[in-house]
Structures are given as C-alpha cells and as structure tokens.
Design a protein around this ligand. Structure first.
Ligand code: ADP
Ligand code: ZN
Length: 713
C-alpha cells in the first residue's frame, strides 16, 4: 500500500458544463494533469472556500464515466486495498487519446541504408523491419534509445507516415453465418439468449466438456446482444489465443471486432477506447484490463476459459478478472457467462449453492468422443538414461505417425533445462536478482530467469570452481523433449509451442495454419497449447510429467493439475478420429490422476471441496497475503515483524508469519510474507486498511496486499 493523495477540490468556472464522471484537465502545482470528477461521498468538515480553489482548465469532449464504472472503481479500490488512482489508471487511456487530433505520425522502414551503420542502428532496423509505430514504440520494440530511432529518421532509413486514428469499426452481423446447433447446444443457447434478453444480473457457469462447442453456443448470446443494440465484452486469458478466436468470430459475424490487450499501439488504444466509449464498437474481445473500459451500454460479459489462473493480475492492482467480471455485471445489472470445461472450484461451489446458474454440455459436438486416458508408471516403464519418454509412449507416438496423425507432448516448462549445474563442484547457476535457477534456453543460446527476465550467455567456466566445460543441464524443458523426439523420430516434423515461440498473435496464427495444413507431426508445448485450439487430426497427447504440478503443493495444486491435464487431454480426438492420452507419473494412484483416468470429475471436486472446507480455505474462508519487500534484507524483516506485532486481535481472523517468501528475493528485493486467514463474515479489507494505515515505514520498503491470492511464492 502506497500512500497517495486522495481526491482534490477544484472550482468550476462559469459556463463550464461539468458532470460527475467528466474527464477534466486540472492544475496541480506547476503541472497539468487529467482527472475524473468524482461523487463527493464524504464532504470535508472544513471545506476550502471556493475563492481559494484553483479552477478546472477544461472538460474533455468524451462521454463522462457512468455510475456503474465509477462504482466498479470504488469497489476495486476497496476490495483489493489499493488507491482509486491506481484503478483509474486502468480506466483512462494514455493522454494521447484525449487530444482531439485525428491523425498521428508513425514511422516505418524504407529501403535507404544509412551511411553510418552502428550496431545499435543495425539492431533497430532488424527489429522493426515491416513494423510501424511511434518513435517510443519502435525504440521499445528494438530495445534501443529513442535517439537511435530519431537518428534513423534523419538518415531516411525510417520515414514518417500520417495515420488516421478514428476509423470506425465495421458492425458485426448477427445473421452472417449462423451454425446449425446440435440439440445440446440449442438448449444451452436458448438459456443464454433468455438471460441476455432479460438484461438483469445473473452469473451463469457454462460448463461444457472440451469440444462441446461452447464458443458456438455463447456466440448466440453475443448475436442477441448485438441485435438489442448493446455492447458485449468477451474476456480471453492469453493474447496468443486471440488470433484463432478472432478468426472464428469473423467467420460467424462477418467483421473484425475491436480488441484490447497489452500489445497494442497507442493509436490503436485511442481508437478502441473512444469507440467503446461512444458506442461505435459493439463487441470487444480483450484481456482482463478490458473490464475497466468505459462502455457506453454494456449488455453482456463473457469470460472464456474462466478457470484460467492468468486472469489473476499479479502486479499493481492485484485483481482477479473473473471475480471483477461478476461484480461489473452486478453493477451494470446484466448477465455474465463463465465458460470452461474445467470450472474453478469456487465457481462450481457458487453454482452448487444456487448463486450461479449452471448450464451443462456433457458431450462433444458432432459425435466426437472424449479421449481414452491411461497412466504410464515411470517406475515400471522406465525411460532410457538421460531421456524422459517411456518406451510405451514412444511406441504410441510411432503408431500415431504411421497412421498419419498428429501428437502433442505436454510439459509445462519452457526452455531446455530448468537447472544448470557444475559436474565438478555441484554449483548451481542462480539468478543474481532472484531466488531462482537460471533456465537454459538452447535455441537462443541463453540462460534466463523466468521471474525477472535476466538473461546471460551460458558461461564457459563454472563461476565457483572456475573449471571449464563442466556445466551440465539437469531435467527437461520442452526444448530438450524436442531434441529427444527428433532423435527418436528423425523424420518427424516437430514444433516447440511456448510463449517464447508464440509471442505474438501473428506467430500464433502461423502455428495454427501449420498444424491445420499437416506440416507438423509432433507438437511439444506448454500450457499455452492446451487452450482453445481445435486440431482435428491431433489424436495423441502425452503428458511428460504429471507430478510436476503437485510439487510445491499450494492450496490449488491438485485442482490445477486436474485442469491442466484435462485441458491438454481435451486437444486429443476432437473430430472423427478417436483420441488417446498417456499420463507419465511416478504416482499413478494419486487421487487426481485416478479421477482423470476414470473420468469421475464430480468425485474429484467433491473431495477437493471437502478438504478446502476442513482447511477453511476458499470458498469457505478467505486469504490475504501481505508482501513486504526491500533491497535491504534486515529492513524488510523488521517492517514485517512490526506489521505482525501490530496485527489486530480479531475474532475469526488468524495472522501467520512473517516468514521469508519462498521466492525470498525477486528483482533484487528481499521479500517477507504474512498470510491472513479469515472467516467469510469478517470485514477483512476494513481491518487490514486501518491496521496498515496506522503504521509507518521508510519509502525504501514496499508493502503489497494480495487479496484472494493465487500465487503463494
Ligand atoms: P469448446 O470451446 O467447447 O472446446 P469449440 O467451440 O471449440 O468447443 O467447438 C469445437 C469444434 O466444433 C470447433 O471447431 C467448432 O467450430 C465445431 N463446432 C461446434 N459446434 C458446431 C456447430 N453447431 N456447427 C458446426 N461446427 C461446430
Ligand atoms: Zn531473476
């Protein structure tokens, strides 16, 4: 919690039309800032006399933020214990969007080669080839300073172009390409349409097995929403998913919808923000932050793959987009659909107690069957030394290649090897900024920290004993599995699918096309490939290490393992051909694996729910974490102790810690954690706010509160 200035008072000049929610430009000291006019919920006892107030400079020609959005900002600030200002930063676009220009200048490369070519210039030209953007955007992309880009403009190697930024979005056509729905789908779609027409708050859990056609089904609710002249928001968990989704969307509705994610250029942000605000964009497909856009008349929210943990933001305002989506729907008084083949336990529980409506789709579309799942006991069916694929799985891949069908090897670990150590002295290469091992990425010949992004070339000699050529890779990552697959099947065409290779929507689209055109035989991928893809010829899935997710053992480890393996398995046999899934494990009798093999999802969830109940864990009790960090280890520890010692004595609330966080150092900061466990009826936020506001700490210490934490690192 950082202490920030709260709302400020300003005078309204005569003849200025200011409403609550208006976006205004105001003076603050010598600066000019943008702000939002807020409801005065707690009038000052000694207000500053009007004559002493500085006047508002101007009101922007933009629809004022409506009450539902202002309420959402207040709710978020209160629930997640952050400042209104930090939430408003998500609501307001970059200031460029405010000025009334209708075109901006972007730059793109020409054929001219600069007379003086420096390494930086070369690096920049390489990186921005075929791209276009503002100077700052290009500099970021190429990882050079703005000056390098400006220099290139002077030499003519980059040329300016005027870009119009307020083109309108083509309206979607709800009748463009209506699919023939199956009986199951029709029934589910009718319920969704009725809820959409009612325009009343309702949380709906759309719970359909992988391949049941959830997307086609909720598209019918989208169509209804458009026909009613209302806006619809579809939230997706990963940017890589967006491209295939947009393609399906275009096929169904005949136009490209507006989208919103972190990879957008400023000009695109401005265009989309304004179109959402003035109602011109009727559909928005977006990442979690799209929840905070100023919709003119929102009529429906859909959260696709709603179980995804990536909906939880882990920095800044630590909100969970699935939960905020429900709150936003409540405040707008509209329906929200949470769609998933593996709903979060919390969501299922809400459906069980009747707070959410449950709609189930139990079978795959078009007569496709769910895949057959079996385990491979790695203690019996042992891979060759230095390899990770068991003989029986190798045989299955071989048969599958012979049939001309595609396979997926799933391992949720990027890079070549998770650990590099010295054969002579046992030294392990650690990130200089974090408590984590450097992960080898052999394709780019680098070691990388997956927590802070620090990269280094693999050292020739051990840092510790200084002996040369003694470093060895330990354990597998997807790149290493790829090497193994290529060694076993030299003819097979393989592809490593991770966030390192599918880093942009264009790359994801390329990958999809390759699989669809049968240019790939074996995909080796992380959780990224388990989402939303539909590859008819993919019939075999091998889970390389099912035990991985159960390590660490936090609250949701078993549930997450269940979801990940179900989703990975869900890629197999989605069309006419039957699918097979092999799960490699050292503990085949683990309940979560048994549940997967036997397909008894309900039993698994029932057991998990019961154990959560016994532990008073969510959804039965609530957690909040307090994370204290400083560059100085002693300082972090002493403030953590201070916070622990001043913990209020509150019935139904327990405070554990402080203890060094499992990730004891992150980006050069030492971290301590406290965990609060509370009964549902305890006013947790109010208590924590009063508690922390009564304390002081130096500016070098950061104290962050994570309400409903997902990460316990
Ligand atoms: P889910 O999201 O439930 O896993 P999808 O919506 O991706 O399933 O549907 C699986 C596949 O079946 C997709 O390729 C989809 O286009 C196709 N499909 C589903 N329902 C229909 C339908 N009614 N008509 C034609 N194709 C359909
Ligand atoms: Zn690091």
């Amino acid at each position: 919690m950082t202490k920030v200035i709260g709302p400020l008072d300003y005078a309204i000049p005569d003849n200025m039309d200011v409403q609550i929610g208006s976006i205004v430009e105001v003076p603050l000291g010598p600066r000019k800032l943008f702000g939002v006019v807020w409801d005065n919920d707690s009038p000052d006892e000694n207000p500053i006399p009007d004559s002493k107030l500085r006047p508002i400079i101007s009101v922007l020609d933009i629809e004022p933020l409506n009450k539902a959005l202002r309420d959402l900002v207040d709710w978020t600030a209160h629930y997640y214990l952050c400042s209104r200002a930090s939430v408003l930063r998500m609501v307001l676009p970059p200031s460029a969007a405010f000025n009334s220009a209708v075109s901006i200048t972007e730059y793109r490369s020409t054929d001219i080669v600069p007379e003086r070519m420096t390494p930086k210039r070369l690096q920049a030209l390489d990186a921005i080839q075929g791209q276009q953007g503002l100077i700052r955007e290009l500099a970021l992309k190429a990882d050079v300073s703005d000056a390098v880009i400006r220099g290139l403009v002077k030499t003519g190697a980059l040329e300016p172009i005027e870009v119009s930024i307020d083109n309108s979005f083509d309206p979607p056509n709800p009748e463009h390409h209506k699919p023939q729905l199956s009986a199951d789908q029709t029934k589910a779609a009718e319920q969704l349409i009725t809820a959409t027409k009612a325009q009343k708050f309702e949380s709906i859990m759309l719970d359909g097995v992988t391949g049941s056609g959830k997307t086609e089904t909720f598209f019918e609710a989208v169509a209804t929403c458009i026909k009613m002249g209302k806006q619809c928001l579809v939230l997706l968990p990963e940017i890589a998913l967006t491209q295939p989704f947009l393609k399906r969307f275009e096929e169904r509705f005949g136009s490209t919808p507006a989208s919103w994610h972190s990879g957008m250029k400023q000009s695109e942000r401005r265009r989309t923000w304004r179109a959402v605000n003035n109602g011109d964009a009727s559909i928005l497909i977006g990442a979690r932050s799209a929840l905070y856009l100023p919709y003119k008349n929102l009529g429906l929210i859909i959260v696709d793959e709603a179980h995804e943990a990536s909906f939880k933001q882990e920095e800044g305002v630590r909100y969970h987009a699935r939960d905020v989506a429900v709150v936003r729907a409540m405040q707008e008084d509209i329906p929200v659909i949470l769609s998933s083949a593996t709903p979060a336990l919390e969501t299922r529980y809400m459906a069980e107690i009747g707070r959410y409506t449950a709609i189930e789709m139990a079978s795959r579309y078009g007569g496709a069957h769910l895949p057959e799942i079996e385990t491979i006991d790695l203690t019996q069916d042992v891979p060759e030394r230095g390899q990770w694929i068991a003989p029986s799985l190798i045989k299955a891949i071989e048969d599958n290649i012979e049939r001309g069908e595609q396979s997926l090897m799933f391992l949720n670990r990027r890079g070549y090897a998770p650990l590099t150590l010295c054969r002579t002295c046992g030294h392990r290469i650690q990130c200089p900024n974090c408590t984590s091992w450097m992960v080898e990425h052999r394709l780019v010949k680098r070691l990388a920290c997956h927590h802070c992004g620090h990269v280094m070339p693999p050292p020739k000699a051990c840092e510790e004993c200084e002996e040369e050529d003694t470093l060895v890779a330990c354990g597998p990552g997807v790149e290493r599995i790829n090497d193994e697959v290529k060694m076993l099947f030299p003819e097979a065409r393989t592809f490593v699918a991770t966030s390192d290779t599918l880093y942009s929507p264009a790359k994801a689209a390329e990958f999809v096309a390759k699989v669809e055109n049968d240019e790939i035989d074996i995909i080796i991928g992380t959780q990224l490939v388990t989402k939303g893809y539909h590859f008819p010829n993919l019939t075999l899935v091998g889970i390389i290490d099912a035990d991985l997710g159960l390590e660490g053992g936090d609250l949701r480890a078993a549930e997450r393992t269940f979801q990940q393996i179900s989703q990975a398995s869900g890629r197999a046999g989605r069309a006419a051909k039957k699918g097979h899934v092999y799960i490699q494990t050292r503990a085949p009798s683990a309940p979560v694996l048994q549940a997967l093999v036997n397909g008894d999802r309900d039993d698994f969830y029932a057991a998990e729910t019961l154990s959560r109940k016994h532990a008073s864990a969510p959804p039965f009790g609530r957690f909040a974490a307090i994370i204290i960090s400083s560059e100085d280890e002693g300082e972090a520890a002493s403030i953590a102790r201070l916070i622990a010692q001043t913990a209020p004595n509150q019935e139904g609330m327990l405070v554990f810690g402080p203890a060094p966080a499992p990730l004891a150092m992150l980006r050069g900061r030492h971290r301590q954690r406290l965990l609060i466990q509370a009964r549902r009826q305890v006013a947790l936020q109010d208590i924590v706010r009063v508690w922390l506001e009564s304390l002081e700490w130096p500016r070098s210490v950061r104290v962050a509160v994570d309400v409903d934490p997902y990460s316990f690192l």
